[in-house]
Design a protein around this ligand. Sequence first.
Ligand code: ZN
Length: 233
Amino acid sequence: MSSFDGDAPCRGIARRAVVGAALGLGSASWSSEARASTRAAWGPEIFGCEEWGARPPTEPVTVLASPPRLIVVHHTATANVEDYSLLRAFALARAIQTHHMDTNRWIDTGQHFTVSRGAYVTEGRHRSRAELSRGTMQVRSSHCVGQNDVAVGIETEGTYSSTEPPAGQYQALVALGAYICGQYGLDPYDIRGHRDFNTTECPGDRLYALLPRLREDIATFLRGDPRSAGWTY
Ligand SMILES: [Zn+2]
């Protein structure tokens, strides 16, 4: 969580994110064999750094030799905007990167992924999407002290201390979480909130209270067949 203020214009893009996929896809088991055969062929659309106009990192990002062991959920502590557009998602991604690089003096965006209020998923630190697609390693991050070598960081746009995320954004969080768990072989119950590790209010009382449901919804999703959700990647 940090304060950001991004409103810079950016180029448009025609593709629409395929997120908010239906949950409860049935009880049929999706075999590990099928899962392996479709790696990188499924998942929600993630807009990469080159698509939202990221600056290059100030030094090469570090790809760690092992996969992550958990996911840490944050909120951005920014305004609960009603601009649900892709342009807003891109502007937010740039604002976060600017804050992390120019104020925090980090090499790049801190977290791996961001979910906008409009349910768009953007890549944070460079190479995060590519490594997730491969499913064997991850990029070293800067989002949670003590966990940056072992946890995937997801920033959820908004402030969720006294209100919950919009339904679409929550569904996108489920979709992204399911994809991360599927790719890295994580248990959905290994999803934590930032406050579990650091002294912070993040990800807000209301989003933190949603984490048990998030874990259950992701587990339900993974028991189904994500391919039938119409995801493309
Ligand atoms: Zn946080």
